[in-house]
Design a binder for this molecule. Structure first.
Ligand SMILES: [Mg+2]
Length: 127
């Protein structure tokens, strides 16, 4: 897949984080969709299925791992690459993300210099 045409959904309730990630990846040429909670994310995924989701774990309402489980259990969305955004200090979050079906994780705070390469690697099929 040509990374420059991939659609990425950024799910994060922290608007500063969400905008930062969206700006960095948008600058790289990706089509960016944004959601501040899992419920909005579900609506977007139904109408515009993304190639990859950057999924914050801690969200108001439904959390990111619950949404991940739902998406991976549904054959219409199970192919979507899901990369969890985990807080570096939260030990065990990486294991929880894997258990929920995430294809990988990126630790917060986000390193904007390495984010595009990490996302490109996930889109190429690295897990
Ligand atoms: Mg959060």
């Amino acid at each position: 897949m040509n990374g420059a045409t991939a659609t990425i959904l950024v799910v994060d309730d922290n608007s500063t984080n969400r905008k930062l990630v969206s700006d960095v990846l948008g600058f790289d040429g990706y089509r960016i969709l944004q959601a501040g909670d899992a419920e909005v994310a579900q609506e977007i995924i139904r109408s515009t299925p993304p190639d990859l989701i950057l999924m914050d774990i801690a969200l108001p309402g439904m959390d990111g791992l619950t949404l991940t489980r739902q998406l991976k259990a549904d054959e219409s969305t199970s192919h979507i690459i899901i990369v969890a955004l985990t807080a570096f200090a939260m030990k065990g979050d990486d294991a929880k993300a894997r258990e929920a079906g995430c294809d990988g994780y990126i630790t917060k705070p986000i390193d904007t210099r390495t984010l595009p390469d990490s996302v490109a690697a996930y889109l190429r099929g690295k897990s």
